[in-house]
Design a protein around this ligand. Structure first.
Ligand SMILES: C[S@@+](CC[C@H](N)C(=O)[O-])C[C@H]1O[C@@H](n2cnc3c(N)ncnc32)[C@H](O)[C@@H]1O
Length: 292
């Protein structure tokens, strides 16, 4: 296996920029909408020259409730474009997330480029949330199986599908527990050409099934290696975790043979200075001959 890492990947997506970070907060711009959100990883001081007053909304408490600021109240939802994919951002009280994780963009690019070279690849997106990667894959010609335990996330993902004009694309949106679903897919003898997973450190399936990354990730990767074509692709991302990307790399090396493995961190680069905000760890693998 060829191994490269650790490498830091940052998005280059005109619809998103990190304007500044510091004091455990970040100032960021989604489309034209400037927001302030808490960011436990921003241990340093904010840049004195940065204008934090331009934000039109800010998370005001630990419950994830938003305070709208500025003269004109901002829209509570708006749409961002990634190629032909449209993703709705939303300010929802009770959630500090807006429905899009821009640090994932290097993975969207990597995936899209590789899927386009294949004929009708089959992609599995576990813990798929509002569907960004699923829609990128569908737009690149893949048949997609998207699994998530949250009904609201799935209906948001379907809404993004309609916004993207991909209503007729072959996407299965499944409300299921990722771990149990994978075990069933093995029994059914299914195979995938691409697998993505971005599990939380702790989560629950739709029937209350408990997901704890440190207890289950090893078995899940072992099972996914059975579902994956030897010439396939696998992208593993983890966030909110005291871990190292070396741990992810070691797991993939344990269960996958040959091919190319890359690992490291997903980070956001501040628009005005060379400062990187680390957000996730990743390891991604591509089987040998995947490009033939
Ligand atoms: C933060 S999101 C992943 C973000 C996504 N990769 C993206 O870039 O948009 C984590 C998702 O895992 C889902 N989840 C949590 N526990 C789960 C489980 N046991 N089975 C399936 N999905 C689960 C949550 O509903 C949530 O949508």
């Amino acid at each position: 296996m060829d191994i490269a890492g650790p490498e830091i990947l940052t998005p280059s997506w005109p619809e998103y920029s990190l304007l500044d970070s510091g004091g455990r907060r970040k100032l960021e711009c989604f489309g034209d909408t400037v927001l302030i959100r808490g960011e436990p990883k921003a241990w340093w001081r904010a840049d004195e020259a940065a204008d934090w007053r331009q934000a039109v909304a800010e998370i005001k408490d630990a419950g994830g409730n938003w305070r709208l600021r500025g003269k004109a109240a901002p829209e509570r939802q708006w749409v961002l474009s990634y190629g032909n994919v449209r993703l709705e951002a939303r300010l929802t009280n009770g959630s500090k997330h807006v429905g899009i994780f821009p640090e994932q963009e290097p993975h969207w690019q990597w995936l899209e480029e590789r899927l386009r070279r294949r004929w009708r690849p089959r992609v599995l997106n576990l813990f798929g949330y509002t569907g960004a990667a699923s829609l990128v894959a569908a737009g690149a010609g893949a048949e997609v199986t998207h699994v998530d335990a949250s009904k609201p996330a799935l209906s948001w993902a379907r809404h993004n599908q309609a916004l993207s004009g991909l209503e007729d694309a072959p996407i299965r949106w499944l409300l299921d527990d990722a771990f149990k679903f994978v075990a069933r897919e093995i029994r059914r003898g299914r195979r995938y050409d691409g697998i993505l997973l971005d599990p939380p450190s702790f989560g629950r399936g739709p029937k209350g099934e408990i997901w704890k990354v440190e207890n289950q990730i090893g078995t899940l990767i072992e099972n996914l290696a059975e579902l994956l074509n030897p010439e396939g692709l696998l992208i593993l991302t983890l966030y909110n975790l005291e871990a190292s990307s070396l741990m992810l790399s070691n797991l993939l090396q344990e269960h996958l043979q040959g091919g190319t493995l890359q690992f490291g961190e997903l980070a956001l680069r501040e628009a005005s200075k060379d400062r990187f905000l680390p957000l996730s760890l990743y390891a991604r693998w591509e089987g040998a001959n995947a490009n033939d």
